[in-house]
Design a protein around this ligand. Structure first.
Ligand code: MN
Ligand code: MN
Length: 309
């Protein structure tokens, strides 16, 4: 544990594995209500696959698949480069994923048609699709100036989503992960990135009623995630809390998983969950994580200082 606290690289692995584990856990109950989950599973806390996608146990969905595609694009281009990102998303769509979101599909089709990597503002684009896949951009810009982090988050987001609430929520999650990797605790995340988000967009206030059955609207998704991250103890409790709220449970699981994994490190992920994860997904996460951090120049020292190899 003490090693994990010191090394951003260990915590980054916790964030990426946490994302995939949360996705695989939540997918079983995606689009169910909390009452339906209780009848079917009691408390849902096992990675057993199924759900509306009829998944194998340990299989992940678009949340993790798009993150891995974004990570590959960043590593290939050596930066968060819009055309590389759009090409990677387009290649992923060619694999005919059954769970591709409407906004994502429309953005990729638009890119194929026009070659443009930024979709115009759209009132409908405030879904959680850009936020759920932001982790590789956060890792690749760790320790970089705030404007560079924000620009990278926006570049990957705007290939498919163009809405101020999506932009703001996506950047907030990236900053939460980055600060947690640098050693910040939950109080610092509340008073830093989350307070900034709520100041700019008060609809994200999360100390209100319990967010049940969260929709894919970024505001509902993040209110459920914030409540679970800040009002539970440790990775396991946080993830069980958020996915049992139902609704867009694989995505709330993925986003809560990346934040809780960054806070608590890979050692906090229950073995029965990490063992259940698709081995190919785990291998690619283990391959991408140090390389993305290397791009940021942050993997070589605990304080995130740059050092040439
Ligand atoms: Mn999904
Ligand atoms: Mn989802």
């Amino acid at each position: 544990m003490s090693l994990e606290r010191r090394h951003p690289r260990e915590r980054a692995l916790g964030a990426y594995l946490g994302l995939a584990v949360g996705d695989a856990l939540g997918a079983t109950v995606e689009f169910m209500t909390p009452a339906e989950i209780r009848v079917r599973h009691g408390v849902h806390d096992r990675i057993i696959g199924g759900g509306w996608l009829h998944l194998r146990p340990g299989a992940v969905t678009d949340d993790t698949a798009m993150s891995l595609a974004l990570g590959r694009a960043i590593l290939q281009a050596g930066a968060v480069e819009a055309r590389a990102v759009a090409e990677a998303f387009s290649a992923w769509m060619r694999t005919r994923p059954p769970d591709i979101g409407h906004t994502v599909r429309r953005g990729i089709l638009r890119y194929r048609r026009s070659g443009e990597t930024e979709t115009p503002f759209n009132e409908q684009d405030a879904g959680n699709g850009a936020c759920m896949r932001v982790l590789p951009a956060a890792l690749a810009t760790l320790g970089q100036p705030p404007q560079a982090v924000a620009a990278a988050c926006r570049r990957q987001a705007r290939v498919t989503h163009h809405h101020p609430l999506s932009d703001a929520g996506t950047l907030c999650v990236a900053r939460m992960v980055q600060q947690a990797l640098a050693g910040a605790g939950r109080r610092e995340l509340i008073h830093g990135p989350v307070a900034d988000l709520v100041r700019a967009h008060p609809e994200f206030r999360f100390r209100t009623r319990r967010e049940e059955n969260p929709s894919p609207f970024i505001v509902h998704t993040l209110r459920a995630v914030f409540q679970a991250v800040f009002d539970s103890d440790g990775f396991e409790e946080c993830l069980v809390d958020v996915v049992n709220r139902g609704g867009d449970a694989d995505t709330t699981g993925a986003i809560a998983g990346m934040i809780a994994g960054a806070l608590h490190g890979p050692g906090s992920i229950p073995g029965r969950w990490s063992d259940a994860l698709d081995p190919g997904v785990r291998r690619e996460i283990q391959w991408q994580t140090p390389r993305l951090l290397e791009l940021a120049g942050a993997c070589s020292s605990a304080g995130g200082r740059r050092r040439r190899p």
